[in-house]
Design a binder for this molecule. Structure first.
Ligand code: FAD
Length: 525
């Protein structure tokens, strides 16, 4: 690859195979020099293969910013490796198999070292392709993670239910993070109850850094706009970090400015504040530009170094990375491929057009999708309690929702989307690691966000023209699965509340919910 950003054959050519004793395959979510195999690779004797797969880009109607993000970050990484003396073969191919075959055709019998892929099926695919082309694939443990497969498997063995809390505590003890001997610093393992504050109207949230596209990113933007003009999402506002340097700047900015209040506003939703105190670090983390360890260490250092980061903020943040992020990828690893096909609640509504931007009049859904269209990102509570909840209580087929999440978010990868959508959000696995579905009526949205006052629907009504659709859908969801929820200790109360209502009221609410579902199936509400 030459320094101008044009991608093609290495400027050194491929004739010096004997000089290049190591061959490393770098995937698009492994853009990191600090972990093996690149950590120990001598640039002068290592050839790096990177493959831009058209099949991956074309397989789903990806958000345009997601494609730009991944391709730009890959191309920047390739350029940096070249600048450091690596010989980089950057191939644009139909798929990974084609790229590997092409490479091994020129590097006969080479052993390709690769970090163990996290997405299901890839290791097998790459291995087969390498073998088929006369080479070998050597898989190296994935040093981007904080926990090992073995630790999780030993912990999970024989447990009836897998709950994040106990895995997370074990890992905190193992690392000694936020520990005072054997006890958690501050006396509590979990500060979630304090992390549900609602900001005052005049609360000012810290500004978020923007990384304006450079020439290379702009050229990728032009390519994507031309190749996928009808894909979801706008490119105008692209401002994601695409290099290691920018990722470090994003990390530094977060720990300096947003970490102190990360905890208190973790669950809040504010209409005009897309980020609040969230880190936005899923983007560089999922590309491999940052390791989970350095992110946590940097946050812990900031907490130790001052008195303005309360325990509820640092604990809340470490819980997300050492806890949820690791836990979800183990859930995925141990439950695939069945997790992707799960539909334990037998939901069957097609994905409503609202998820592609069709107008429903529901401000919470409309504004969240608008934000997603603009940036390719929304924060966790919007994912879980606005978009996830709406689909859950409308009884949308979870597999359709999973595909949609996989395509529409810049930080989406199968290993993280599938357990979050199928498990946490849609209960399609019938609660293999959650104790109840995250289902809510308009009451929750009204309490935790400021969407409702400007919405055309009334969050307090369940029936009638102005009634918020979330209310009838919620009760119909309870009613539809009443038998199942009656034996769930966290849902049984809602079933009793529902069954206590007058027969006539219930019939009216169910009729309204059916009308809403029919309208959603037909493209409206
Ligand atoms: P912060 O709130 O700053 O959290 C810090 C970090 O913790 C995140 O960067 C992320 O790496 C990690 N984290 C927090 N919660 C989770 C979780 N439940 N699972 C895994 N990691 C977590 N995360 C993705 O990385 N990609 C996705 O495509 C994605 N899709 C999701 C879909 C649904 C339906 C749900 C409920 C959650 C999804 N998540 C996903 C998890 C979480 O919402 C995002 O990681 C988070 O919103 C990213 O923004 P942030 O970096 O500002 O997070």
């Amino acid at each position: 690859m030459d320094g101008s950003g044009a991608l093609g054959r290495s400027s050194r050519g491929l004739s010096d195979v004997s000089q290049r004793r190591r061959h490393v395959l770098v995937l698009g979510d492994q853009l990191n020099r600090s972990v093996e195999p690149l950590a120990s690779a001598d640039p002068a004797s290592t050839r790096v293969l990177m493959i831009e797969s058209a099949a991956l880009a074309e397989g789903l109607p990806h958000h345009k910013q997601k494609l730009v993000l991944v391709f730009s970050a890959m191309r920047h990484f390739a350029q940096e490796l070249e600048a450091d003396g690596f010989d980089v073969e950057y191939l644009k191919c139909g798929d990974f198999e084609e790229g590997i075959t092409q490479y091994l055709g020129k590097n006969e019998g080479a052993t390709l070292e690769v970090i163990r892929p996290t997405d299901w099926g890839y290791e097998e695919r790459l291995r087969k392709a390498g073998h088929g082309a006369g080479g070998t694939l050597e898989v190296v443990e994935n040093g981007l993670w904080l926990t090992s497969d073995e630790d999780f498997d030993v912990w999970a063995k024989g447990r009836k239910s897998r709950r994040l809390e106990y895995f997370y505590r074990m890992e905190r003890k193992r690392r000694g993070w936020l520990m005072d001997g054997d006890e958690p610093v501050g006396g509590e393992w979990n500060h979630d109850a304090k992390n549900r504050e609602i900001p005052d109207d005049d609360h000012v949230f810290p500004a978020v850094p923007r990384f304006e596209p450079d020439e290379l990113t702009r050229s990728v933007m032009d390519e994507i706009e031309e190749a996928f003009p009808h894909h979801f999402g706008d490119l105008d506002d692209f401002a994601w970090p695409v290099t290691r340097e920018q990722a470090l700047e994003a990390l530094d900015d977060f720990v300096t400015n947003r970490l102190p209040d990360f905890g208190p506003y973790e669950d809040a939703i504010v209409d005009d504040e897309p980020v609040l105190n969230h880190s936005l670090l899923s983007v560089p983390l999922n590309l491999g530009l940052l390791t989970a360890e350095e992110v946590c260490e940097r946050a812990l250092e900031r907490w130790r170094g001052g008195d303005d980061v309360p325990i509820q903020s640092i604990e809340g943040f470490i819980r997300q990375i050492l806890g949820w992020r690791e836990f979800m990828r183990h859930i995925y690893r141990t439950k695939m491929p069945s997790l992707r096909q799960a539909n334990g609640l037998e939901h069957d509504l097609g994905l409503p057009g609202a998820y592609w931007g069709d107008e429903t009049g529901m401000r919470c859904v409309g504004r969240t999708v608008e934000q997603l269209q603009r940036s390719g990102h929304t924060h966790h509570i919007q994912r879980l309690m606005i978009l996830g909840n709406f689909a859950l209580i409308a009884r949308v087929d979870p597999r359709e929702l999973n595909e949609w999440f996989l395509g529409c978010y810049v930080d989406a990868l199968d290993w993280v989307v599938t357990p979050n959508v199928m498990g946490m959000s849609q209960f399609a696995d019938l609660g293999s690691f959650t104790s109840k579905p995250y289902a809510a009526s308009a009451n929750y949205v009204n309490k935790m966000s400021d969407y409702c006052p400007d919405c055309r629907y009334d969050p307090k009504s369940s029936v009638g023209e102005d009634a918020c659709p979330l209310n009838s859908l919620y009760w119909a969801f309870i009613d539809h699965h009443a038998e199942r929820w009656a034996s769930n200790h966290r849902m049984a109360l809602m079933v009793r509340n529902w069954e206590r209502r007058e027969e006539e009221d219930r019939a009216e609410i169910l009729a309204k919910a059916e009308a809403v579902r029919e309208a959603l199936a037909g493209g409206g509400v």
